[in-house]
Write a protein that binds this ligand. Structure first.
Ligand code: FE2
Length: 374
């Protein structure tokens, strides 16, 4: 199966104005950080590493930092209804507020992006404590989401000033890194945000899926995958497409009330072990019909993993020119049918599982129908 690669030109100097080292962290704003933290800790096997709250002098919000491999999540909830986290939570439910990007030079990142049209959220600032100094600045992206630029090279505290270290035992599920983070935007807005990531952030387009690739009998979506200069950060952008019934993207927008993060894909080096752990801990995943597995060998050819195990765990497989990948999608992580996660293991393949879209979206529509939203 061939995916359309849209822009393979090397990044020119002009385009490489924003050097991103990594996704520094993803910040979730939720209603109850203590309980959400427990979910990431006990179910997804993250290690709690830092806490901020009343006991640390933070009178605005409670906040936990958890890590798994290179993934860092921050989970925060408000103490008072006047908090902006409370307002956000009331409107959107639990969701991702910040995708923070690690950079060497916060001033330059802010300057280069805002002069190209990014709407500033805060200009470069420093926060210091006995562990050093953290530099940040932030810009707005789709919906209510911010990109915070972070330079922590002169800081060796637990996370940031006001956070104290936590050291709690944890049992890892093997989640290693963020593979990609997908944004859902309104009908007709995909190209606007593709242009934004290109012009303002210096990203280029890797792939394009149209409604012929991603459609079922009922609903459709379109997607373009944007990647930064060194390829470490990948942000697919989805928009709904016309279909007979309501697209899954429209359902998301109806419940999140604004564009936002649809899913975070986290990689593992051993998806079978990871899935055994996550399933045993009660995480719910989408299941495709069993017939998917009857035709799998002829669709993807030889794979290292045992097919019976793959089938039993509900893992999906796709192959492209460069190899294959294994992936699985969770049900929504909160009551609203909004954000979810993907678990992915790549054996060379650089795609996003196009061969699974149809089976997957049919499974998704069954769930949407059960919620009365199709
Ligand atoms: Fe994905």
């Amino acid at each position: 199966m061939v995916q359309k690669t849209v822009d393979e030109r090397p990044m020119d100097q002009e385009a490489d104005f924003l050097k991103i080292n990594s996704i520094d962290h993803v910040h979730w704003w939720v209603g109850n950080a203590k309980q959400a933290m427990y979910y990431w800790w006990k179910a997804f096997g993250f290690k709690p590493v830092a806490y901020s709250g009343l006991e640390t002098g933070n009178r605005e919000f409670a906040s936990y930092v958890l890590e798994s491999g290179k993934i860092r999540f921050v989970i925060s909830a408000p103490y008072r209804p006047t908090s902006e986290i409370a307002a956000h939570q009331m409107l959107h439910g639990d969701g991702v507020k910040v995708i923070a990007l690690g950079v060497d030079d916060v001033e330059s990142a802010f300057e280069e992006t805002t002069k190209r049209g990014a709407k500033p959220a805060w200009s470069p600032r420093e926060e210091a404590d006995e562990y050093g100094v953290i530099r940040t600045a932030a810009i707005h992206t789709y919906g209510e989401v911010l990109h915070v630029f972070v330079d922590r090279s002169d800081y060796n505290g637990a996370f940031m000033p006001s956070y104290q270290p936590l050291d709690l035992p944890h049992e890892s599920a093997g989640l290693a890194a963020i593979d990609h983070i997908v944004g859902n935007v309104q009908l007709g807005k995909m190209n606007y945000w593709v242009q934004f990531y290109h012009d303002v952030m210096g990203f280029r387009q890797l792939l394009h899926f149209d409604d012929k690739d991603i459609s079922t009998e009922y609903s459709a979506l379109m997607s373009k995958v944007m990647s930064n200069g060194n390829g470490r950060v990948k942000f697919p952008i989805n928009e709904p497409a016309e279909g007979k019934r309501k697209s899954q993207i429209e359902e998301y927008l109806d419940y999140y009330m604004t564009p936002g993060v649809q899913h975070i894909a986290m990689s593992t080096g051993d998806i079978i072990t990871t899935m055994k752990i996550l399933r045993s801990r009660g995480i719910e995943f989408l299941r495709v019909p069993d017939t998917y597995y009857d035709v799998l060998p002829e669709r993807v050819g030889e794979i290292k993993e045992d097919l019976a195990t793959i089938r039993e765990l509900g893992i999906l497989v796709d192959r492209d020119d460069e190899g294959y990948l294994l992936q699985v999608f969770s049900r929504p992580l909160q009551d609203r049918p909004t954000a979810f996660v993907e678990i992915i293991q790549r054996h060379g393949a650089r795609g996003f599982g196009k061969g699974n879209f149809k089976a997957l979206f049919e499974a998704l529509e069954l769930e949407q129908a059960r919620r009365g939203n199709l």
